[in-house]
Design a protein around this ligand. Structure first.
Ligand code: PMP
Length: 459
């Protein structure tokens, strides 16, 4: 029986990424407020927010400094754009700060309101740059199977998940997907991580050669794949990939929308993964999700090409009304100040051994095939048979079942493609709360196992 608010919800809202049919029976969980790593529903029940919302509320809930930063900027100047030569202090300062923090040389910053817009912008900038450089055929973008880069038409095309393409007539022309760096699922029998990384770099090279190097413009990768199931590539993967990209003059885009700002224990995931990209997309933790803001961090060579092309065309014809929104920029600036002042990334590094140990221990559970992760992000893949790695029938929705039990246990986690349960708590989670998170998740896994046995889904 739905509550009044739930009934009004299903009569009025189309929910993103939701089985709209089953939601009509179950109704949504309606949340009302939050503090620290905890959120409360409308009945006052607390939940440990084990996903930081959608991999984004890095500083947790109830951060008054961020609220104040927004209110102050709203009072002073709630909006001005930065089109056609206008600007404002928060956008300038934020761009300066991002340049200073960047793990690779960055010349300029272009602001967006989301990760999807950042990745769409990346694609357009690469096309624009290659036109400026007089190579109009060099336009294809290579992404990876199981990548997640967003849902707008270009970024959804870069995303390598069938659920984002089916019935949407995607991907668009000129986008290719190479092998996912998932050793657990894709390694040949006995293949080491090193040999697997070598083979994946060879796969990429074969794809570039098959397409024609003169037609391949860029390669895009999340340092650690998030929504595709938290896939951590082998240690030598990115150096090997980078060598291939350099050989064929292919631009390297890092999608740091999840990994940017401390998630892996370093300011940028590129640093933790030995990745040397040319440009970087960020969003989410840039403002700890208190305001919608994203950015593309652009290297000097690309900027020079944009400068040339806009001189020729009379204008750089791209920009969103809310590019560099002053309130979003002010909140992001305050967020970066807090990361710095409170040594948030260093404190994340101190929490990783405990998080790693609790994560690894989940592999002893009868339902868990792989408990993978890096830093404070993890993917727990459920399997029907640990030895053969046989998966459950996707129709059973085992990971979703586990997520529902977790919710009853007062823990919010997510299920993603490949029957994985994902964990990505606010960076400010305490050691006691990390234990609480894994205790609750273990109870949810036990209840999922009981259910699977009862329903005879396990031998
Ligand atoms: N890139 C990555 C790596 C992401 O995880 C996401 C969002 N989950 C996006 C891009 C898209 O961001 P948004 O939802 O803000 O458009």
């Amino acid at each position: 029986m739905l509550t009044n608010l739930q009934a009004r919800d299903v009569e009025t809202l189309v929910h993103p990424y939701t089985n709209l049919a089953t939601l009509r029976d179950t109704g949504p969980l309606i949340l009302e407020r939050g503090q620290g790593v905890w959120v409360h529903d409308v009945d006052g029940k607390p939940y440990l927010e084990g996903m930081a919302g959608l991999w984004c509320t890095a500083l947790g809930y109830g951060n008054e400094e961020l609220v104040e930063a927004a209110a102050t900027q709203m009072r002073k100047l709630p909006f001005t754009h930065i089109f056609g030569g206008k600007s404002h202090d928060p956008a300038i300062e934020l761009a300066e700060k991002l340049k200073e923090m960047a793990p690779v040389p960055i010349s300029k910053v272009f602001f967006t309101s989301s990760g999807s817009e950042a990745n769409d912008t990346q694609m357009k900038l690469v096309w624009y740059m290659n036109n400026a450089l007089g190579r109009p055929n060099k336009k294809k973008i290579i992404s990876r199977v199981r990548a997640y880069h967003g849902v707008t038409i270009a970024s959804a095309s870069l995303t390598g998940l069938a659920g984002n393409h089916n019935d949407f007539d995607l991907p668009i022309a000129g986008v290719r997907h190479t092998t996912s760096p998932h050793h657990y699922r894709l390694a040949l029998p006995g293949e080491s991580e090193e040999a697997f990384a070598t083979r994946l770099a060879a796969d990429l090279e074969a794809l570039i050669l098959a397409e024609g190097p003169d037609t391949v413009a860029a390669f895009i990768a999340e340092p650690v794949m998030g929504a595709g199931g938290v896939i951590v590539p082998p240690r030598t993967y990115y150096p090997k990939i980078k060598a291939v990209l350099e050989k064929y003059d292919v631009f390297f885009i890092a999608d740091e929308v999840i990994t940017g700002f401390g998630r892996l224990g370093t300011a940028f995931g590129s640093e933790a993964m030995e990745m040397k990209p040319d440009s970087i997309s960020v969003a989410k933790a840039l403002s700890s999700a208190y305001q919608p803001i994203g950015a593309v961090m652009i290297p000097e060579a690309m900027y020079q090409a944009l400068l040339e092309e806009s001189r020729k065309l009379g204008s750089f014809g791209h920009g969103f009304t809310y590019s560099g929104h002053p309130v979003a920029a002010a909140v992001a600036l305050k967020t970066l100040e807090i990361y710095d002042r409170e040594n948030v990334f260093e404190r994340v590094r101190a929490k990783i051994p405990q998080f790693d140990a609790r994560r690894a221990a989940l592999e002893d559970h009868p339902l868990v095939g792989e408990a993978r992760g890096k830093g404070l992000v993890a993917g727990i893949e459920l399997v029907a048979d640990k030895k053969t790695k046989a998966q459950f029938d996707p129709k059973l929705g085992m990971a979703a079942k586990c997520v529902a039990f977790a919710q009853e246990e007062g823990l919010i986690v997510r299920s993603v493609f490949g029957d994985a349960v994902t964990i990505c708590p606010p960076l400010v989670i305490s050691p006691a709360e990390i234990d609480e998170l894994f205790d609750r998740l273990t109870r949810a896994l036990d209840r999922t196992l009981d259910w699977a046995v009862r329903e005879r889904h396990l031998a």
